[in-house]
Design a protein around this ligand. Structure first.
Ligand SMILES: [Zn+2]
Ligand SMILES: [Zn+2]
Length: 180
């Protein structure tokens, strides 16, 4: 784990660069037309929404050593810069792109991996903004509020960018009616 700002922003920069590279290269090699390319990007984003939920619920909040410890630090210091070593997510995403390319057409695989990479970037930025910005707009307040609730009730609201999987898998926080 690393807690420096440099590591944090270096990771973001590297991930953006990797996402751009994957999408550009995927588009260059893609032979299926724009609609199929859009499908690949959409599938990638959808897949990422589950990856986000899966890691937060079953890796960060269970006993996987590196993840659990790092995430505990975040729960204790939500404004900190704790994150994985800057090169690690990009390395994992690159391996994922390679695995995809083995089982589907290369262009489609790279586009999908690129979308997953951008999903991860959006997740990282969203999480940062949620903790560093106070929203006035009601919808944004609700969106950010769901994650703040997670910090008080770590057994619910695992999705940061979207509540989709919390709703589907029954972990969306429901306020208990106050006992009078
Ligand atoms: Zn948080
Ligand atoms: Zn958490």
């Amino acid at each position: 784990m690393s807690a420096t700002r440099t590591n944090y922003w270096a990771e973001l920069g590297l991930d953006v660069a990797l996402g751009l590279l994957l999408v550009a290269e995927g588009w260059r090699r893609h032979a299926g037309g724009p609609l199929v390319a859009l499908l690949a990007l959409g599938l990638g984003l959808f897949a990422f929404s589950f990856i986000e939920y899966f890691f937060h619920r079953w890796m960060f909040h269970t006993r996987v050593p590196l993840f659990e410890q790092g995430h505990r630090t975040h729960h204790e210091q939500p404004l900190g810069y704790d994150s994985l070593p800057f090169f690690l997510p990009a390395a994992v995403l690159l391996v994922l792109a390679g695995v995809f390319a083995l089982i589907m057409p290369t262009g489609f695989a790279l586009l999908m991996a690129g979308a997953i990479t951008f999903g991860y970037v959006v997740y990282g930025l969203s999480h940062f903004i949620i903790h560093h910005v106070r929203f006035k707009q009601p919808l944004l307040r609700r969106w950010a509020g769901a994650h703040h609730v997670h910090h008080y009730h770590p057994g619910s609201n695992f999705g940061v960018t979207t509540p989709l999987w919390d709703v589907l898998l029954g972990t969306r926080y429901v306020r208990q009616p106050r006992k009078s």
